[in-house]
Design a protein around this ligand. Sequence first.
Ligand code: ATP
Length: 302
Amino acid sequence: MSFDSDGKGFVESEKPKETFEDVAGLEEVKKKIRLNFILPLQQPELFKAYGREAGGSLLLFGPPGCGKTFLARAVAGEIDASFVHIELQAILSMWSGQSENNLHDIFEKARENKPCIIFIDELDAMGGSRNQMRQHHDRMLVNQLLLELDGIREQNEQVFVIGATNTPWYLDSALRRPGRFNHLVFVPPPEETERETILKLKLEGKPVHSLELARIARETKHFSGADLEQIVKDAVEAAMERMLNSGNLEPITQDDLKRAAKSRKATTLEWFSTAKNYATFSDANQDYRIVLDYMKATGLKL
Ligand code: ATP
């Protein structure tokens, strides 16, 4: 199934093969998603007894590159659901003026292909512009999204909506009301053992020479999954440069990884600095308390 519009084809549905097993760590997050999303779908009778039904929405937030998209795909893989990835920025800019209709079409098609997960990336793209015209369109799109979310809640259609944002504090408050994106889930950077697993995953199948990934994991505190991916890319490039010089297949060495790690900084730090401000000074509902707790537990001082 494909939700092409005007032949541009950037809203497509697929069946992801990844499952939770491919997502390193994030055990608390997985547990929350299992309880709220996956089990109700697999054992609806059991959950009905508690007045709960399958379907609903969830908002993932956290620093960039820490696996929100990856996780959302894995949820689809877990329940063998179709997965539609919506990039709001693209909808807004390419379908200006008729973006609400297109959003509705996407939800309609998802209903026809249930179970389905609609993943809305960059939720913060809505309402971010100061331009009057843009604001008007944004407002219409937010309204349409509210309608769709409410529709899902009422009709229990096994359509799940997972939103993702790096800046939940900018989100239109109407989107955060009960039954909409009121379920906030913090996706933190990977812990040491998770970093080791991610490095291992990213190096899989590549030529390597006696690596001690635990060491690199130890030296990359607060690095995101995407940062680690970049380190592996840098190390691969160093090995390939040697290959060009020697003409032989040169393995990736511990030194390549170490150098790459040293030359990069954790991109999550800037995010934590902003999040800390919101959590400290404008968090009436204590939504971001979890961020402060996380910073305390991991000794992250900014
Ligand atoms: P953004 O906020 O920039 O959209 P994101 O939080 O959606 O980022 P992803 O795109 O899901 O992050 O992750 C970035 C990369 O890091 C992916 O290629 C993914 O493979 C890897 N990655 C992140 N976290 C994990 C994890 N826990 N296990 C395995 N890989 C991970």
